[in-house]
Design a protein around this ligand. Sequence first.
Ligand code: 5GP
Length: 136
Amino acid sequence: MELALLLLRWLRDAFSGAMLPPVSEKTLFQKIMDREEPGDILYEDDLCVALRDINPQAPTHVLIVPRNPIPSLDALTEEDETLVGHLFLVAQKVAADEGLTDGYRTVFNNGSDAQQTVAHVHLHLLGGRRMSWPPG
Ligand code: 5GP
């Protein structure tokens, strides 16, 4: 009887959405932008924030993240056209500030094949070493 009640309660919660995280939950990058999680922020403006990657893959590895938590490159729309251009201009500025005079690489990982791990679109800026091609 006890078990049946537990099962019924679980079904009710599952179907009412109570077991899903609230839609309003912030992404990791939003928490860093809002100073709720630690982060090394190099630049910010009304549209985006540039922060150092916690697990750098090059001497300079910076993530340029829009304030709007768009989940992935696939989720961008025509409305985001200016925003995407802005992310690249910020990458250019950060690269100059970081002294990446010999070049750098920018990357959007999109989806599981590209090993996107954080569902908040971000532009990787990598530099400070010779890159190989093709990427792994
Ligand atoms: P993705 O794999 O989604 O393209 O990139 C996510 C990036 O976020 C990874 O390079 C990863 O190292 C970085 N990252 C994951 N957790 C944190 C964190 O807590 N702080 C910072 N600054 N970067 C993180």
